[in-house]
Design a protein around this ligand. Structure first.
Ligand code: NAD
Ligand code: UDP
Length: 312
């Protein structure tokens, strides 16, 4: 039985990944410092003998024995990653060094959860993996964006210098059950606001776009990447190319939830990318992967989750 380490395993994506790995009969070690994740996301796994939870901060070295590593540890929500920007950079950079060192000692395959943020506010549209990005190195998003870019550099240097088996996933905006209700990301914000009958907060004029991938599709792509042949390392975009403006997203959420919410316009945060859409040709070719869940279906599942957990 393969032993798999998931860092950030108590978070939104990490907990879904743990679920799928347990289903696939892996022995899972979930490591998390509970900065943004929580035990409630993995409570249903705690009694499973093939699931183990360890409280640990990846900015410190970790000594465990595993066959594969998924490195997901890092707050993904702007509110949280900007609340302690130094820790955010440390988590990406020191975390990558520690997990790569572990992978090197164990000769374990290691996958990095990178991000579409490495493309910054892009001049090319849609973004394919050959695009180097347009990132502000000193802005309020830089701790996350540049931390993730440096982690990519470290992964590719360990690959070239030490022959490590790496896999680099560039994840685009993902949503679904177990998003934190107040982590500030747009899908959770809009749904919770609509369910509470509060104003829907549109930043800027709402014309900026994002492309939203449902969590089940995303995890499927990540698992395929980890299991792909050793000579395919990526980076590979994993996301849903269906692109929506924030206004269109607000309208969809309101149509599905109903209720009296009005739109309320707020200032656009600094360095907020104007458009974002993955070119997923490579994922199709190399992983035979394509997302299957349309936005409306995924929103329905997510709305049902928030209704249930928040009792709304
Ligand atoms: P999340 O905040 O729900 O999960 C991150 C997890 O990492 C949390 O459980 C948190 O407690 C843990 N963590 C943070 N710092 C840590 C540290 N120093 N040591 C140990 N654990 C730590 O976010 P998510 O949406 O599940 O994102 C998971 C990964 O995927 C992140 O690396 C993120 O950058 C990446 N990603 C996510 C998205 C998305 O849309 N959700 C998009 C691109 C990339
Ligand atoms: N956004 C918004 N209202 C909100 C939260 C976010 O209009 O209540 C916008 C935000 O300005 C950005 C988009 O939604 O343009 C996506 O934001 P999110 O934080 O979810 O992801 P990211 O900007 O990291 O892609």
């Amino acid at each position: 039985m393969k032993k798999v380490l998931v860092t950030g395993g108590a978070g939104f994506l990490g907990s879904h990944l743990c679920d799928r790995l347990i289903e696939k009969k892996y022995d899972v070690l979930c490591v998390d410092n509970f900065f943004t994740g929580g035990k409630e996301n993995i409570r249903h796994l705690l009694a499973n003998p093939y699931f183990e939870l360890m409280r640990h901060d990846v900015t410190f070295p970790l000594y465990v024995e595993v066959d594969q590593i998924y490195n997901l540890a890092c707050a993904a929500s702007p509110i949280y990653y900007q609340s302690d920007p130094v820790q955010t950079t440390k988590t990406s950079v020191h975390g990558a060094i520690n997990m790569l060192g572990l992978a090197k000692r164990l000769k374990a395959r290691i996958l990095q959860a990178s991000t579409s943020e490495v493309y910054g506010d892009p001049e090319v549209h849609p973004q394919d993996e050959s695009y180097w990005g347009r990132v502000n190195p000193i802005g309020i998003r830089s701790c996350y964006d540049e931390g993730k870019r440096c982690a990519e550099t470290l992964f590719f240097d360990y690959h070239r210098q030490h022959g490590l088996e790496i896999k680099m996933a560039r994840i685009f905006n993902t949503y679904g059950p177990r998003m934190h209700p107040d982590d500030g990301r747009v899908v959770s914000n809009f749904i919770v606001q609509a369910l509470k009958g509060e104003a829907i907060t549109i930043y800027g004029d709402g014309s900026q776009t994002r492309s939203f991938c449902y969590v089940d599709d995303l995890i499927d792509g990540i698992l395929r990447l980890m299991e792909s042949p050793a000579d395919f390392v990526g980076p590979v975009n994993i996301g849903n190319p269906a692109e929506f403006s924030m206004l269109a997203l607000a309208e969809k959420v309101l149509a599905l939830v109903g209720g009296p919410s009005k739109l309320e316009y707020r200032p656009l945060p600094q360095d907020d990318p104007m458009q974002r859409q993955p070119d997923i040709t490579l994922a199709g070719r190399a992983l035979n992967w394509t997302p299957t869940v349309p936005l409306e279906d995924g929103l329905r599942e997510t709305i049902a989750y928030f209704r249930r957990t928040l009792d709304l």
